[in-house]
Design a binder for this molecule. Structure first.
Ligand code: HEM
Length: 505
């Protein structure tokens, strides 16, 4: 009896406290709702509307079957440009409305973040840094890396080093017309370039016999660690769920490897301060050493930048050649433009930008096959999305703290009302007249968190295309499967790579 009374008393206290806290909150939300005319977006049908287990299963099924972007696009086609679902008690709004993307990325930037979703998953592996922080910590991280990414430094200094990697890659391409998959070669190119740019010395994966044992075990550890981080993003925040010795060993290997580069960087910076060695070109590790003494901070920031840097340009190049090889007339037209431009003493960002058709080919590839297909943010406080609610799909939407918004660049870039009836077709010439609606073309994200590596990536991608097309008069598709099958990780890559032949005349 005493136990039942105690239970009743505790339950009553809990309910009263809950009511005291939540009723005013509810009323104030209702007020804002009414003031702004907020309405919820359509909900997608769910068999389990409380936990959304059916949706979670569908998500993992689509992931396993490598059709995550495709199935997301199908949902938008079926339910409109904005809809919502409930998973594990959290509301998620899915949207491809440019106005909503503008609010999340720019005009209402401070209401949205990534830290509550990413920090737990990323921290053991890459520490707290630019990719998994919000607020003041993120601002400091961004300021720390900014000088290294400025356009002048990239254009003038980085390309000189990059050209050596591209020469190695071209040396590995078959000259007898036999088939080659460009995907692994482009991913090694991106790896070699990013390790040089970030750490000050390339792992040299395009010359496989010269890769050191340390670099090899770092790359293996990084691959494994990244895979487990991906898993941790979708699991409850308990370390024991990923208490896999190999993961924690991988974290230590990655840390020790970068520590070696930081020690080397410190020696170089000390020598250059004393005037004993000429300062090297801009290297992120060295710039950070000059800015801060905190060893862990330098290591975390480097590992955080390495995450997006080490494969994005490789994926972008694979996608460009995937499309060119299926459109030989575009290859021929682009080659002619490059030959007409003649050989340049230095291919800077500006010179590459002046090749119009080259830009069209790159834009069109990023439109159809964005390297990052979706982007998710969590509401850090109650806020409002400007459009997508109600049956008209135009009312503002009230979003509670902790709710998520998922934006699919893949589906956005295929909207026929924005990109034309042939939005699913690779047609670079559309960029001759196309002026995308603001916030409808977002390969590199936007707002304060826009990709800082954008100019670097565009310069590297453009330069590599120019060099390969100068060398090879024609290209042939050697992949019997014509459509783009996806592998969805942080980036979206081609499951079948880019299998090509460069026929001899
Ligand atoms: C074609 C190549 C690339 C594409 C398409 C790309 C795309 C993106 C996108 C969409 C974001 C925003 C992610 C978000 O909002 O959560 C991003 C962020 C970022 N990217 Fe890139 N990226 C590329 C290459 C690079 C390279 C080469 C580097 C570095 C060398 C780099 C460094 C970063 C960093 C550090 C962030 C985080 C920025 C922040 O949160 O403030 N990216 N990238």
């Amino acid at each position: 009896m005493l136990f039942i009374n105690l239970l009743l008393a505790t339950t009553s206290i809990f309910l009263i406290t809950y009511g005291i806290i939540s009723i005013p909150k509810y009323l104030s939300r209702r007020k804002i709702y009414a003031k702004h005319g907020c309405l919820p977006p359509p909900s997608i049908p769910q068999r389990d509307p409380i936990f959304g287990l059916d949706l979670i299963l569908q998500f993992f099924k689509a992931l396993k079957e490598n059709r995550r972007n495709l199935s997301m696009n199908q949902l938008f086609q079926a339910h409109g440009h904005t809809f919502q679902s409930v998973t594990l008690g959290t509301t998620a709004v899915y949207t491809i409305e440019p106005k909503n993307l503008q609010a999340v990325f720019a005009t209402d930037f401070s209401s949205w973040g990534v830290e509550p979703m990413r920090l737990f998953a990323f921290e053991p592996f890459v520490g707290k840094g630019i990719m998994c922080a919000d607020g003041a910590f993120w601002e400091q991280s961004r300021a720390l890396i900014k000088p290294t990414f400025t356009r002048a430094q990239i254009a003038d200094l980085h390309l000189t080093a990059y050209s050596a990697h591209v020469n190695k890659l071209i040396g590995l391409l078959p000259k007898d017309g036999s088939t080659v998959d460009l995907q692994p070669l482009f991913s090694r190119l991106a790896l070699d370039s990013s390790t040089e740019f970030l750490f000050g010395a390339s792992v040299g994966s395009l010359s496989p016999h010269s890769v050191s044992t340390d670099a090899r075990s770092f790359l293996e550890a990084y691959d494994y660690g990244q895979m487990v981080v991906g898993r941790r993003l979708h699991l409850p925040k308990w370390n024991f769920l990923t208490w896999d010795k190999k993961f924690w060993d991988s974290c230590s290997i990655a840390h020790e490897f970068v520590d070696g580069y930081i020690a080397r960087g410190r020696r170089i910076c000390e020598q250059s301060e004393k005037g004993n060695v000429a300062p090297e070109r801009y290297i992120l590790a060295h710039e950070m050493i000059k800015e801060t003494r905190d060893h862990n901070d330098i290591r975390n920031q480097l590992l955080n930048v390495f995450l997006p840097a080490h494969e994005a340009t490789g994926v972008a190049l694979t996608n460009v050649f995937f499309n060119l090889t299926r459109n030989p007339s575009c290859y021929a037209k682009l080659r002619q433009e490059i030959l007409d431009a003649g050989e340049q003493a230095a291919w800077t960002f500006e010179r590459l930008k002046s090749l119009k058709y080259l830009q069209y080919v790159i834009n069109e590839t990023f439109r159809l096959n964005p390297v990052i297909g979706t982007n998710t943010r969590m509401a850090l406080r109650d806020t409002i999305l400007p459009t997508g609610g109600g049956s008209s799909g135009t009312a503002p939407i009230y979003v509670k703290k902790g709710d998520r918004v998922t934006m699919s660049f893949y589906a956005l870039h295929r909207r026929q009302d924005l990109f034309g009836d042939d939005a699913n077709v690779f047609r670079p010439d559309r960029w001759n007249t196309l002026r995308p609606v603001p916030w409808s073309y977002l390969t590199f994200g936007g707002g304060p968190r826009v990709c800082p590596g954008q100019q670097l990536a565009l310069t590297e991608v453009g330069y590599t295309i120019v060099k390969i097309l100068q060398r090879f008069p024609a290209i042939e598709n050697r992949d019997p499967v014509n459509q783009f099958l996806e592998v969805y990780k942080i980036t979206t890559t081609s499951r079948n790579g880019a299998k090509v032949g460069f026929p001899t005349p």
